[in-house]
Design a protein around this ligand. Structure first.
Ligand SMILES: C[S@@+](CC[C@H](N)C(=O)[O-])C[C@H]1O[C@@H](n2cnc3c(N)ncnc32)[C@H](O)[C@@H]1O
Length: 323
């Protein structure tokens, strides 16, 4: 009888150990799958929040060595400097009374997002600014580095880095006085993340300058059909109309992300003279200036410029009143 009871006890102990081991195994597996799921979800989540659209960036790969060919595919960006550089310079000069003759932007830290070959970084550096140019495409950065090395003064003032805006935002907060993103937002993957990263890396009351194409029928006809397909001013396929944005929509996005939009100016490219001019209409190309607002100002609307400001600042005199 006793040996029977001992056997029954041993069997039940074995069963209990087996059940415990199976339960442990089950929990172990569940935990493994849970961790694997979490890391995959995290990867997917961060990938969906990158601002870099690889398909868009690839468009610039083949021409990465042609940035400084003034007669080549980037000719319109070279001539855009004639109006965008004074726009940035004069707006910044109007915001501060303290500037050095000959080096008016000295002491100002500028982040040039999507700098390409450095066509805008260089003139801003020549005006005395300390410029960080970033671009996701390494070949663009190589071209930009090589070109700035021809001018020893620029070498000190400009640094280039191949990375995304969100990588800069991960490592720095409230670092730059100014951000320029010229002809870039129409190529990014997630514009809201792009703008919130700009907000993060800008110092309080810092300035953001954007130039881009509006989303209208006219911009489709002139910016894509005429410029790309008929006249070949820029390579076919450079632009995707779906990614264009109207100034009104961009203003809304900026203002809901803590910016105050100060100016929106229409721009027009004349393909025959190869030059740009300011125009009233913002239905094709436009340049926008916004400032990072103090927290309590976030939802207020754009301030109309004073008469004195308009006199001092010819670009702002063209400010559209479309909103
Ligand atoms: C039309 S080019 C403008 C280059 C330069 N800003 C200029 O005006 O001379 C657009 C540039 O944006 C870069 N780009 C594309 N997507 C980007 C992104 N998500 N973030 C930063 N730059 C990007 C491209 O690699 C390319 O160099």
């Amino acid at each position: 009888m006793r040996s029977l009871m001992r056997q029954a006890f041993q069997i039940s102990c074995c069963c209990l150990i087996k059940i415990a081991l199976q339960t442990f195994n089950l929990f172990y597996r569940l935990n493994y799958y849970y961790i694997a799921y979490r890391s995959a979800a995290r990867r997917l989540f961060s990938a969906s929040h990158t601002t870099v659209d690889l398909k868009e960036v690839k468009k610039f790969q083949l021409l990465a060595h042609k940035w400084w060919d003034e007669q080549g595919e980037y000719a319109p960006l070279h001539s855009m400097n004639d109006i965008r550089v004074p726009f940035v310079r004069d707006t910044l000069l109007n915001l501060s009374s303290d500037h050095q003759l000959g080096s008016p932007l000295s002491g100002i830290k500028i982040l040039d997002v999507g700098c390409g070959g450095g066509l805008l970084s260089e003139p801003l550096g020549r005006l005395g600014a300390s410029v960080t140019g970033i671009d996701p495409l390494e070949d663009n950065i190589r071209t930009a580095e090589q070109h700035k090395s021809f001018d020893p003064d620029l070498d000190k003032r400009i640094q280039y880095k191949s990375c995304s805006l969100e990588e800069i935002a991960e490592e720095s907060t409230e670092t730059f006085d100014v951000i320029v993103a010229s002809e870039v937002v129409e190529h990014v993957a997630d514009l809201e993340t792009f703008i919130s990263c700009c907000y993060q890396v800008l110092k309080p009351e810092g300035s953001l300058f954007i130039t881009t194409l509006s989303k209208t029928q006219l911009s489709y006809v002139l910016g894509i059909v005429v410029a790309e397909k008929i006249m070949g001013i820029v390579p076919d396929g450079t632009h995707n109309w779906e990614k264009f944005i109207t100034p009104e929509e961009l203003e809304r996005l900026l203002e809901s992300n803590g910016f105050l939009v100060k100016a929106v100016n229409g721009m027009l490219y004349n393909p025959f003279s190869g030059s740009w001019s300011w125009i009233e209409s913002t239905s094709i190309n436009y340049a926008l200036h916004a400032m990072k607002s103090k927290a309590q100002e976030q939802s207020s609307s754009r301030e109309p410029p004073s008469e004195a400001e308009e006199e001092q600042h010819p670009a702002r005199a063209n400010t559209s009143t479309t909103v």
